[in-house]
Design a protein around this ligand. Structure first.
Ligand code: PBG
Length: 307
């Protein structure tokens, strides 16, 4: 009766991987229970999620071919565009379709942007590419684009491009405070990404020693026209979620990332913790800290448990 925070399926967004050129869903060993989907298996999964009351999914593509420009990200026949159309045809308005908007799944060097000849990420050339990806996703029927590359000016560039092409209704969920985290390892297995030369993303993602700097990043995204704000990862950054919540009235999302999921699964598989209990505890804590929405690989499991 006096519980302050109650997690419901309506708070959850399920991340889904869809892979080009496979005929059967492929398990991801570092994310037990999560798969790389075919279009068919993804459709079945989304149907199940809708029936459980999960309102939204966010799609990540695993293309057959990668190149320096990440061409597949904006190709109208690229895997995420094909998947968006397929889900829109199958489910109409019954599901909110979100697409991660980045290049790293599509580039052969694994960075979130285009590279200069010396191998560093070219911020301004990259945001032009992001605008192209946004248009391709909008033409395929996306409701919300979620730019995750942490390039400066990406939200404004995407907003301008969408408005110019009459996609004013497409919203932007900005990965506004995204940390250069050690917790993305299993995700990189899921999308077959290896950063060239053993590199990292510290030049564009946030330093985990900093919170004020992250708040400044969030303010910039709000000023550029973000419709929803995201903090990522989630449990390690509850303080950042709470501060973003206190300062902004836009919807706040938090991403309980692959490493956070994998740690719970691995400890539970060893019998060291009760995985279902810890998952519910962590996701409820993220909501308690101030998130309205939680992106989580536990979405189906938790929604089933709450049903
Ligand atoms: C970038 C992106 C990443 C994740 C979501 N979008 C990886 C990265 O920044 O390296 C990570 C999500 C997770 O770990 O679950 N496209």
């Amino acid at each position: 009766m006096v519980a302050e925070t109650i997690l419901t399926p309506n708070d959850l967004i399920a991340p889904l991987f869809v892979r080009e050129g496979i005929t059967e869903a492929q398990p991801i060993s570092s994310l037990p229970g999560v798969v790389q989907h075919t279009l068919d298996s993804m459709r079945a999964e989304v149907k199940h999620l809708i029936d459980l009351g999960v309102p939204a999914v966010i799609l990540f593509g695993v293309p057959e071919h990668k190149d320096a420009e990440g061409t597949g990200a904006s190709d109208p026949d690229g895997i995420v565009q094909v998947a968006l159309k397929d889900l829109r045809d199958a489910f109409g308005e019954d599901v909110v379709l979100i697409a991660d908007l980045c290049l790293d799944e599509y580039t052969d060097h694994g960075h979130c942007g285009l590279l200069t000849p010396d191998g560093s990420v070219d911020n301004d050339a990259t945001i032009d590419r992001y605008a192209e990806v946004a248009i391709a996703q909008a033409e395929a029927g996306v409701d919300i684009v979620a730019p995750s590359g942490m390039m400066d000016g990406q939200v404004a560039a995407i907003r301008d491009a969408l408005d110019e092409e009459e996609f004013g209704d497409v919203a932007i969920l900005a990965y506004a405070a995204k940390y250069a985290s050690g917790l993305y390892g299993p995700f990189r297995d899921a999308v077959d990404v290896e950063i060239a030369g053993g590199g990292d993303r510290k030049a564009y993602q946030q330093d985990f020693r900093n919170a004020r700097e992250a708040l400044e990043e969030v303010r910039l995204d709000v000023a550029e026209g973000a419709d929803m704000l995201m903090v990522k990862p989630a449990v390690t950054y509850l303080d950042v979620i709470a501060r973003v919540r206190a300062e902004h009235d836009l919807p706040v999302a938090a991403y309980h990332v692959s490493g956070e999921y994998a740690m719970v699964k691995a400890a539970a598989a060893n019998g060291w913790i009760d995985g279902d209990l810890v998952a519910l505890e962590q996701l409820t804590a993220v909501k308690r800290a101030g998130a309205d929405l939680v992106l989580t690989y536990f979405a189906r499991e938790i929604a089933e448990a709450l049903a």
